[in-house]
Design a protein around this ligand. Structure first.
Ligand code: IVH
Length: 676
């Protein structure tokens, strides 16, 4: 018997919910994206056919509300509290002591410990398992109704899973934007000349406060549950950590970093461990929250004004601070690019004192509207290089100075040119410029390049400044005497450096190619070139077309390679290096494959195999499988349901075949290409 539409819809809804849960909460998807898409499309189709069967908790109903003119107010039946802060261990110890005093007990307290996410607090109300409203914290008593926006967040369950949830369940948590999503959003905004967000928190807040939920839907938002609001009709476990487990089972994501700690020591260890992990976490946290785990103890401890006595936020050092921009200097890099560097009044941020920050390029300075003398907000998140994120314009002094790109290189005095297509300005001095010489030598000596131990940044500066080394081959002519005479260099270390230089002569072709510092030729490209051509001679003889046949080499890389290799001075440097004894083991060139150099695009659905399987087989034959169609695409394989890619292929007159064609291609690539 065929399933009724209503049964099929129910089955699809619960399957999709289950897959969402596996994907967003458990991080363990059990089907491919395309299989998921098929279920989703089937549900959409059925709901279009039987609109009366469409319910608000359907996974298809995340977006679609018309823009609002304003947010409605929502009163929180249980207030949304804030937290007291501890800024140092002493504060935390005092908090723990006060709790013991109130509870009249000496036994170590058990704490539920969680990261304090830097996002926006929300309260989600589920009635009979269905999400009915979502609100911001507001002033703690009254917030704004942001239901339509919250529904667009993929990890927010529109209906709870499993069973055992109370009839009314308010889940509280933090909506945030992961760092990667934030970077991508800002990169796109920069490209389009739009306003960029200062930090992920602002981006999350701005995204949630959109009156048009279609905009929110495009923003990479996520959330973690961290507590409860009002509860009716049901019983819950006795501890915070168990409630979090229950929420997880009902489909709400809870932070996987959360732990239960016994007593102060344990909490302190967690603090230290998380402080070390902070930079690696995919989202910003500004501290940790410690909550007395048992609800009966929480109740006995109670509240003071707006914060509970049973919880505290132990903050990490701030990642943003205010300071003054004293000056901007321009550093010259290996390729001559001038990078403006901010000289700042030293300020303690993110756990260290910083006095410099990168400004990237002149466009960034323009975007920030930055002048020397300005008060600025600087940000240092973990290992990330300190950034100037914004200017406090109200504090601009009368004598603030505009920042201008120098017309001549501050190192060698050669003219500086600005590529109109790119944001970069470059010194045109090439290897005449001492800054570029130094950077080229540092790159050459680096561990992943020629790996010359002991030839670090300071020594290279000394060697170039003393006129002992200008070009790479000069390294191999250094004498013990030269080195030993340098400042802070004994005979013993001079000997070690010379030995390291000698040892570097035995290398590999990929390392050597990478070490030359050709623009856009990183390690992976160097490896691809070495394996494709097999020898330096073959590479030196290659023309543009042969270069572009190398996987990963496109027109840009090819043009940089040609410019470098066709420059007589570079040829002499390469010859000189080889003559000084640099050598490498021979490379076997990989046998050529039938689809080498071909770019294919797969679109629509396939019957006989998944897209991933097809992709793997095609790559095995040497093809590059790309996600988008361009004039360089050699062939598009389109199954049913193909959309914009197929249209684009037709517009560009790129050949298109169906699944049958794919099978012919896989069976006999050479014959197929001959027919194409
Ligand atoms: S518990 C009564 N847990 O921090 C306890 N809050 O400073 C209420 N926050 O408004 C909050 N991560 O937006 C709690 N794991 C976490 C949190 C967290 C972030 C935010 C929340 C709250 C603010 C209080």
């Amino acid at each position: 018997m065929a399933a009724s539409p209503s049964n099929e819809i129910d089955a699809l809804k619960s399957a999709i919910r289950e897959h969402n849960h596996r994907y967003y909460v458990l991080d363990e998807p059990s089907i491919t994206d395309s299989e998921y898409d098929r279920l989703f499309q089937r549900l959409q189709a059925l709901e279009a056919q039987y609109p009366e069967l469409k319910t608000p908790d359907s996974p298809t109903q995340r977006v679609g509300a018309a823009p609002l003119s304003a947010f409605a107010q929502v009163r929180h039946s249980v207030p949304m509290l804030s937290l007291d802060n501890a800024f140092a261990e002493d504060d935390f110890v005092a908090f723990d002591r006060r709790a013991h005093e109130r509870l009249k007990s000496d036994a170590p307290l058990q704490y539920a410990c969680e990261p304090k996410l830097d996002g926006i607090a929300v309260s989600l109300r589920y009635e009979h398992g269905v999400l009915v409203s979502a609100a911001t914290r507001g002033d703690g008593t009254t917030g704004e109704d942001i239901t339509v926006n919250v529904r667009t967040i993929p990890s927010v369950p529109l209906a709870l899973m499993g069973k055992g949830w109370p009839a009314v369940l308010e889940v509280r948590g933090e909506v945030f934007m992961p760092k990667a999503g934030f970077e991508a959003l800002n990169a796109k905004a920069r490209q389009n000349g739009d306003k960029v967000f200062v930090n992920p928190r602002n981006a999350a807040a701005g995204s949630l406060r959109q009156l048009d939920s279609r905009i929110t839907a495009q923003r990479p938002l996520d959330w973690y549950a961290y507590g409860l609001g009002s509860i009716e009709g049901g019983t819950l476990p006795d501890t915070h950590s168990e409630v979090m487990q229950a929420l997880r089972g009902w489909g709400c994501p809870v932070n996987p970093e959360a732990v239960v700690a016994n007593g102060l020591e344990d909490c302190h260890r967690y603090y230290q461990r998380m402080q070390e992990r902070r930079a690696q976490l995919p989202y910003d946290i500004d501290g940790l929250v410690f909550k007395v785990n048992r609800f009966d103890l929480q109740e006995r401890l109670g509240f003071v004004s707006r914060a509970p006595r049973w919880a505290i936020a132990w903050k990490f050092p701030a990642q943003e601070e205010m300071t003054r921009l004293l000056d901007v200097e321009f550093q010259v890099g290996r390729t001559g690019a001038l990078t403006p560097v901010a000289r700042l009044e030293p300020v303690f941020v993110g756990g260290v004192t910083i006095s410099n920050a990168t400004l990237h390029n002149m466009d960034e300075i323009g975007r920030l509207g930055l002048c020397c003398g300005d008060t600025v907000i600087v940000r240092r998140a973990g290992d990330v290089i300190p950034q100037v994120v914004s200017v406090v314009t109200e504090r601009r002094p009368a004598d603030a100075r505009a920042i201008v790109l120098p017309a001549y290189c501050p190192v060698c005095g050669s003219p500086v040119e600005r590529d109109p297509e790119q944001a970069v300005a470059r010194c045109m001095g090439g290897l005449v410029c001492a800054a570029q010489q130094k950077e080229a030598i540092k790159h050459f000596a680096a561990r992943r390049a020629m790996d010359i131990e002991g030839l670090g940044s300071k020594l290279v500066d000394q060697l170039v400044d003393a006129g002992l080394v200008r070009h790479l081959p000069d390294l191999y002519r250094l004498q013990l005497q030269d080195l030993a005479e340098l400042d802070r260099m004994g005979e013993k270390s001079a000997l070690n450096v010379l030995q390291a230089i000698e040892a570097s002569k035995a290398t590999t072709l990929p390392r050597f190619l990478f070490a030359l510092g050709i623009r856009e030729v990183g390690e992976a490209t160097a490896r691809a070139l070495a394996h494709h051509f097999g020898s330096l001679e073959a590479l030196l003889a290659a023309d543009e077309q042969r270069l572009q046949a190398v996987p990963d080499v496109g027109p840009v890389v090819a043009s940089h390679l040609l410019a470098f290799l066709n420059d007589e001075r570079n040829r002499l440097i390469i010859k000189d290096l080889v003559d000084s004894g640099i050598h490498w083991p021979a490379i076997e060139v990989a046998a050529s494959k039938p689809l080498d150099g071909k770019t294919l695009v797969l679109t629509g659905t396939l019957e006989s195999m998944t897209r991933d399987e097809a992709k793997e087989q095609l790559q095995g034959l040497g093809a590059k499988v790309s996600g988008s169609v361009s004039a360089k695409t050699d062939l598009v394989i389109a199954g049913p349901g193909a959309g914009s890619k197929l249209a684009k292929a037709e517009a560009l007159a790129v050949p298109v075949v169906d699944e049958k064609g794919l099978q012919d291609l896989l069976a006999d690539p050479a014959a197929f290409l001959a027919r194409l």
